[in-house]
Write a protein that binds this ligand. Structure first.
Ligand SMILES: NC(=O)c1ccc[n+]([C@@H]2O[C@H](COP(=O)([O-])OP(=O)(O)OC[C@H]3O[C@@H](n4cnc5c(N)ncnc54)[C@H](O)[C@@H]3O)[C@@H](O)[C@H]2O)c1
Length: 250
Protein backbone atom coordinates (compact mmCIF):
# COMPACT_ATOMS: atom_id res chain seq x y z
CA UNK A 1 0.00 0.00 0.00
CA UNK A 2 1.53 3.35 -1.03
CA UNK A 3 2.40 5.62 1.89
CA UNK A 4 -0.22 8.01 3.22
CA UNK A 5 0.40 7.17 6.90
CA UNK A 6 -0.07 10.20 9.14
CA UNK A 7 -1.35 12.42 6.32
CA UNK A 8 -4.60 14.40 6.43
CA UNK A 9 -6.87 13.97 3.40
CA UNK A 10 -9.85 16.16 2.53
CA UNK A 11 -12.22 14.43 0.11
CA UNK A 12 -15.25 16.03 -1.52
CA UNK A 13 -18.22 14.00 -2.70
CA UNK A 14 -17.15 11.48 -0.05
CA UNK A 15 -20.70 10.64 1.00
CA UNK A 16 -21.08 8.12 -1.82
CA UNK A 17 -19.43 6.10 -4.59
CA UNK A 18 -15.82 6.83 -5.51
CA UNK A 19 -15.32 9.41 -2.74
CA UNK A 20 -16.52 7.01 -0.04
CA UNK A 21 -14.30 4.17 -1.32
CA UNK A 22 -11.32 6.55 -1.39
CA UNK A 23 -11.99 7.69 2.18
CA UNK A 24 -11.89 4.06 3.30
CA UNK A 25 -8.75 3.19 1.31
CA UNK A 26 -6.81 6.26 2.51
CA UNK A 27 -7.94 5.69 6.12
CA UNK A 28 -6.78 2.06 5.96
CA UNK A 29 -3.43 3.43 4.80
CA UNK A 30 -3.21 5.50 7.97
CA UNK A 31 -4.55 8.90 6.83
CA UNK A 32 -7.08 10.97 8.78
CA UNK A 33 -9.99 11.82 6.51
CA UNK A 34 -12.21 14.87 6.26
CA UNK A 35 -15.37 13.57 4.63
CA UNK A 36 -17.09 16.43 2.75
CA UNK A 37 -20.37 16.20 0.90
CA UNK A 38 -23.40 18.36 0.21
CA UNK A 39 -25.36 15.36 1.52
CA UNK A 40 -24.54 15.35 5.24
CA UNK A 41 -26.17 11.96 6.06
CA UNK A 42 -24.02 10.39 3.33
CA UNK A 43 -20.89 12.03 4.74
CA UNK A 44 -21.82 10.86 8.25
CA UNK A 45 -22.29 7.30 7.02
CA UNK A 46 -18.85 7.30 5.40
CA UNK A 47 -17.22 8.78 8.50
CA UNK A 48 -18.92 6.13 10.66
CA UNK A 49 -17.61 3.36 8.39
CA UNK A 50 -14.11 4.78 8.75
CA UNK A 51 -14.28 5.14 12.52
CA UNK A 52 -15.88 1.68 12.93
CA UNK A 53 -12.82 0.30 11.14
CA UNK A 54 -10.64 1.98 13.80
CA UNK A 55 -9.50 5.08 11.86
CA UNK A 56 -10.08 8.84 12.22
CA UNK A 57 -12.64 10.84 10.21
CA UNK A 58 -14.93 13.84 10.51
CA UNK A 59 -18.02 14.44 8.35
CA UNK A 60 -18.81 17.94 7.03
CA UNK A 61 -21.65 19.34 4.96
CA UNK A 62 -20.04 21.36 2.16
CA UNK A 63 -21.31 22.67 -1.16
CA UNK A 64 -18.11 22.83 -3.22
CA UNK A 65 -19.55 25.48 -5.53
CA UNK A 66 -19.41 27.97 -2.62
CA UNK A 67 -15.87 29.19 -1.84
CA UNK A 68 -16.77 30.27 1.72
CA UNK A 69 -18.12 26.79 2.54
CA UNK A 70 -14.97 25.14 1.21
CA UNK A 71 -12.78 27.55 3.20
CA UNK A 72 -14.77 26.78 6.35
CA UNK A 73 -14.30 23.04 5.72
CA UNK A 74 -10.54 23.52 5.46
CA UNK A 75 -10.60 25.55 8.71
CA UNK A 76 -12.53 22.68 10.39
CA UNK A 77 -10.04 20.16 9.05
CA UNK A 78 -7.12 22.19 10.42
CA UNK A 79 -8.85 22.52 13.81
CA UNK A 80 -9.45 18.75 13.96
CA UNK A 81 -6.24 17.37 12.43
CA UNK A 82 -3.80 20.30 12.13
CA UNK A 83 -3.59 20.69 8.35
CA UNK A 84 -4.64 19.30 4.94
CA UNK A 85 -1.93 17.36 3.06
CA UNK A 86 -4.04 15.64 0.41
CA UNK A 87 -7.01 17.03 -1.49
CA UNK A 88 -9.24 14.74 -3.52
CA UNK A 89 -11.67 17.04 -5.33
CA UNK A 90 -14.29 14.56 -6.44
CA UNK A 91 -17.80 15.95 -5.89
CA UNK A 92 -19.91 15.65 -8.98
CA UNK A 93 -23.33 15.53 -10.56
CA UNK A 94 -24.59 13.93 -13.74
CA UNK A 95 -27.50 14.49 -16.07
CA UNK A 96 -28.05 13.78 -19.73
CA UNK A 97 -29.61 16.53 -21.84
CA UNK A 98 -29.13 17.60 -25.48
CA UNK A 99 -27.42 20.98 -25.85
CA UNK A 100 -30.42 22.75 -27.39
CA UNK A 101 -32.67 21.60 -24.55
CA UNK A 102 -30.16 22.57 -21.88
CA UNK A 103 -30.99 25.66 -19.84
CA UNK A 104 -28.31 28.18 -18.95
CA UNK A 105 -28.88 27.19 -15.32
CA UNK A 106 -28.07 23.52 -16.11
CA UNK A 107 -24.90 24.54 -17.96
CA UNK A 108 -23.82 26.85 -15.11
CA UNK A 109 -24.57 24.30 -12.38
CA UNK A 110 -22.43 21.65 -14.11
CA UNK A 111 -19.49 24.06 -14.26
CA UNK A 112 -19.98 25.44 -10.76
CA UNK A 113 -19.93 21.99 -9.12
CA UNK A 114 -17.12 20.41 -11.18
CA UNK A 115 -14.78 23.15 -12.39
CA UNK A 116 -15.42 26.03 -9.98
CA UNK A 117 -15.72 23.44 -7.18
CA UNK A 118 -12.23 22.17 -7.95
CA UNK A 119 -10.87 25.72 -8.23
CA UNK A 120 -12.47 26.55 -4.85
CA UNK A 121 -10.84 23.49 -3.25
CA UNK A 122 -7.41 24.34 -4.73
CA UNK A 123 -7.68 27.92 -3.45
CA UNK A 124 -8.67 26.83 0.04
CA UNK A 125 -5.98 24.18 0.62
CA UNK A 126 -3.04 25.69 -1.29
CA UNK A 127 -1.84 28.33 1.22
CA UNK A 128 -1.20 25.69 3.91
CA UNK A 129 0.47 23.31 1.45
CA UNK A 130 2.76 26.09 0.19
CA UNK A 131 3.81 26.90 3.77
CA UNK A 132 4.81 23.26 4.32
CA UNK A 133 6.24 22.66 0.81
CA UNK A 134 4.26 19.44 0.51
CA UNK A 135 0.89 18.63 -0.96
CA UNK A 136 -1.13 16.41 -3.25
CA UNK A 137 -3.89 17.98 -5.35
CA UNK A 138 -5.93 15.28 -7.05
CA UNK A 139 -9.15 15.93 -8.90
CA UNK A 140 -11.70 13.96 -10.83
CA UNK A 141 -11.95 14.45 -14.56
CA UNK A 142 -13.60 11.76 -16.67
CA UNK A 143 -12.83 9.58 -19.65
CA UNK A 144 -15.71 11.55 -21.22
CA UNK A 145 -13.44 14.62 -21.32
CA UNK A 146 -11.49 12.79 -24.05
CA UNK A 147 -14.14 10.61 -25.69
CA UNK A 148 -17.16 12.91 -25.49
CA UNK A 149 -20.62 11.60 -24.77
CA UNK A 150 -24.10 12.05 -26.20
CA UNK A 151 -26.28 14.54 -24.22
CA UNK A 152 -23.27 15.21 -22.00
CA UNK A 153 -21.80 18.39 -23.54
CA UNK A 154 -21.83 20.36 -20.28
CA UNK A 155 -20.44 17.41 -18.28
CA UNK A 156 -17.65 16.58 -20.78
CA UNK A 157 -16.69 20.27 -21.16
CA UNK A 158 -16.49 20.75 -17.39
CA UNK A 159 -14.41 17.57 -17.01
CA UNK A 160 -12.08 18.70 -19.83
CA UNK A 161 -11.72 21.97 -17.90
CA UNK A 162 -10.54 19.99 -14.87
CA UNK A 163 -7.92 18.24 -17.03
CA UNK A 164 -6.66 21.65 -18.24
CA UNK A 165 -6.65 23.08 -14.72
CA UNK A 166 -4.64 20.06 -13.54
CA UNK A 167 -1.90 20.45 -16.13
CA UNK A 168 -1.74 24.24 -15.70
CA UNK A 169 -1.48 24.01 -11.91
CA UNK A 170 1.09 21.21 -12.14
CA UNK A 171 3.29 23.62 -14.13
CA UNK A 172 2.63 26.51 -11.76
CA UNK A 173 3.49 24.43 -8.68
CA UNK A 174 6.26 22.25 -10.13
CA UNK A 175 8.97 23.59 -7.83
CA UNK A 176 6.92 23.69 -4.62
CA UNK A 177 6.73 20.07 -3.43
CA UNK A 178 3.06 20.00 -4.43
CA UNK A 179 1.97 17.60 -7.16
CA UNK A 180 -1.20 18.06 -9.20
CA UNK A 181 -2.86 15.13 -10.93
CA UNK A 182 -6.31 13.91 -11.91
CA UNK A 183 -8.09 10.63 -12.35
CA UNK A 184 -10.32 10.25 -15.40
CA UNK A 185 -12.51 7.24 -14.60
CA UNK A 186 -14.19 5.13 -17.24
CA UNK A 187 -17.63 3.83 -16.29
CA UNK A 188 -17.69 3.03 -12.58
CA UNK A 189 -20.53 1.25 -10.82
CA UNK A 190 -21.78 3.98 -8.46
CA UNK A 191 -25.19 5.56 -7.75
CA UNK A 192 -24.37 8.16 -10.44
CA UNK A 193 -24.22 5.48 -13.14
CA UNK A 194 -27.11 3.42 -11.74
CA UNK A 195 -29.42 6.40 -12.30
CA UNK A 196 -28.64 6.40 -16.06
CA UNK A 197 -31.12 4.91 -18.56
CA UNK A 198 -30.81 1.10 -18.75
CA UNK A 199 -30.22 1.21 -22.53
CA UNK A 200 -27.22 3.52 -22.01
CA UNK A 201 -25.79 1.25 -19.32
CA UNK A 202 -26.10 -1.83 -21.59
CA UNK A 203 -24.48 0.03 -24.51
CA UNK A 204 -21.60 1.26 -22.36
CA UNK A 205 -20.82 -2.24 -21.08
CA UNK A 206 -20.27 -3.45 -24.65
CA UNK A 207 -17.63 -0.73 -25.22
CA UNK A 208 -15.42 -1.93 -22.34
CA UNK A 209 -12.83 -4.54 -23.39
CA UNK A 210 -12.83 -6.04 -19.87
CA UNK A 211 -16.66 -6.33 -20.14
CA UNK A 212 -17.22 -4.99 -16.64
CA UNK A 213 -17.77 -1.62 -15.05
CA UNK A 214 -15.11 -0.38 -12.70
CA UNK A 215 -15.58 -0.62 -8.95
CA UNK A 216 -15.22 2.52 -6.83
CA UNK A 217 -12.16 0.85 -5.28
CA UNK A 218 -10.48 0.70 -8.73
CA UNK A 219 -10.39 4.50 -8.65
CA UNK A 220 -9.66 4.74 -4.91
CA UNK A 221 -6.42 2.77 -5.30
CA UNK A 222 -5.30 4.99 -8.19
CA UNK A 223 -5.97 8.04 -6.01
CA UNK A 224 -4.08 6.45 -3.10
CA UNK A 225 -1.05 6.05 -5.36
CA UNK A 226 -1.19 9.66 -6.57
CA UNK A 227 -1.59 10.79 -2.95
CA UNK A 228 1.38 8.82 -1.71
CA UNK A 229 4.89 9.85 -0.81
CA UNK A 230 6.10 7.46 -3.54
CA UNK A 231 4.34 9.47 -6.28
CA UNK A 232 6.43 12.58 -5.60
CA UNK A 233 7.82 12.67 -9.18
CA UNK A 234 4.38 12.27 -10.79
CA UNK A 235 2.68 15.53 -11.70
CA UNK A 236 0.48 16.90 -14.48
CA UNK A 237 -0.90 13.42 -15.20
CA UNK A 238 -4.42 12.39 -16.04
CA UNK A 239 -4.68 8.73 -15.03
CA UNK A 240 -7.62 6.92 -16.60
CA UNK A 241 -8.62 3.58 -15.04
CA UNK A 242 -11.19 2.42 -17.58
CA UNK A 243 -10.95 -1.33 -18.23
CA UNK A 244 -9.16 -0.68 -21.54
CA UNK A 245 -12.03 1.39 -22.95
CA UNK A 246 -9.83 3.58 -25.11
CA UNK A 247 -8.14 0.68 -26.94
CA UNK A 248 -9.37 0.42 -30.49
CA UNK A 249 -9.07 -3.23 -31.41
CA UNK A 250 -10.83 -5.13 -28.60
N1 LIG B 1 -19.26 6.78 -11.88
C1 LIG B 1 -18.67 7.01 -13.04
O1 LIG B 1 -18.80 6.23 -14.00
C2 LIG B 1 -17.80 8.21 -13.21
C3 LIG B 1 -17.03 8.29 -14.40
C4 LIG B 1 -16.20 9.40 -14.57
C5 LIG B 1 -16.14 10.38 -13.61
N2 LIG B 1 -16.91 10.27 -12.49
C6 LIG B 1 -16.80 11.34 -11.51
O2 LIG B 1 -16.45 10.79 -10.26
C7 LIG B 1 -16.92 11.66 -9.21
C8 LIG B 1 -17.66 10.84 -8.18
O3 LIG B 1 -18.82 10.29 -8.78
P1 LIG B 1 -19.53 8.94 -8.28
O4 LIG B 1 -19.68 8.09 -9.48
O5 LIG B 1 -18.88 8.43 -7.07
O6 LIG B 1 -20.99 9.53 -8.00
P2 LIG B 1 -21.89 9.59 -6.68
O7 LIG B 1 -23.16 10.24 -7.12
O8 LIG B 1 -21.92 8.28 -6.02
O9 LIG B 1 -21.07 10.61 -5.75
C9 LIG B 1 -21.00 11.99 -6.00
C10 LIG B 1 -21.07 12.71 -4.66
O10 LIG B 1 -20.88 14.11 -4.88
C11 LIG B 1 -21.76 14.79 -4.01
N3 LIG B 1 -22.01 16.15 -4.49
C12 LIG B 1 -22.76 16.55 -5.54
N4 LIG B 1 -22.77 17.88 -5.63
C13 LIG B 1 -22.01 18.36 -4.62
C14 LIG B 1 -21.63 19.65 -4.18
N5 LIG B 1 -22.06 20.75 -4.83
N6 LIG B 1 -20.82 19.78 -3.11
C15 LIG B 1 -20.39 18.67 -2.46
N7 LIG B 1 -20.73 17.42 -2.79
C16 LIG B 1 -21.53 17.26 -3.89
C17 LIG B 1 -23.03 13.95 -4.01
O11 LIG B 1 -23.86 14.25 -2.88
C18 LIG B 1 -22.47 12.54 -3.98
O12 LIG B 1 -22.30 12.07 -2.66
C19 LIG B 1 -17.78 12.72 -9.90
O13 LIG B 1 -17.02 13.89 -10.08
C20 LIG B 1 -18.09 12.08 -11.24
O14 LIG B 1 -18.36 13.03 -12.23
C21 LIG B 1 -17.73 9.21 -12.26
Amino acid sequence: MPGVEGKVALITGAGSGIGRATALVLARGGACVVVCDINLPGAEETAQEVTRAGHRAIPLRVDVSQLDEVEQAVAHACAAFGRVDILFSNAGIAEQVPLLEMTEAQWDRMFSVHLTGTYNCFRAVLPGMLERNWGRLISTSSMGAMTGGVRLAHYCAAKAGIAGLTVAMASELARTGITVNAVAPGVIDTPMVRQSPERWVERMLKTIPMRRFGKPEDIAHAVAYLASEEAGFVTGQILSPNGGSRMKWC
